[in-house]
Design a protein around this ligand. Structure first.
Ligand SMILES: [Zn+2]
Length: 84
């Protein structure tokens, strides 16, 4: 029975975290994560979950790449050009 209550509390905490998740701090098309050194399209779910302190604004893919950031594998803001 105790486990049941722990599960309920966990669900409440997770729900609260989702509600508190704020839109990106910057209105640039791309948002970087200074902790993970990755960058995302601003509508990527990872951006919404990202701590505001870790957000870095990028106006272009080039700007992010030049700063040493890697593209997110989920929203794929950039893919390397294919060699033919
Ligand atoms: Zn992403």
């Amino acid at each position: 029975m105790k486990k049941f209550f722990v599960a309920i509390i966990a669900v409440i905490i997770m729900t609260t975290a989702v509600v508190l998740a704020a839109p990106p701090k910057y209105d640039t098309p791309y948002i970087g994560n200074s902790y993970r050194k990755t960058f995302h399209k601003r509508d990527c779910p990872s951006v919404i979950q990202m701590n505001h302190e870790n957000q870095v604004p990028f106006r272009s893919v080039d700007e992010a790449l030049n700063a040493g950031y890697s593209p997110c594998g989920n929203c794929k803001p950039w893919t390397p050009p294919r060699r033919s």
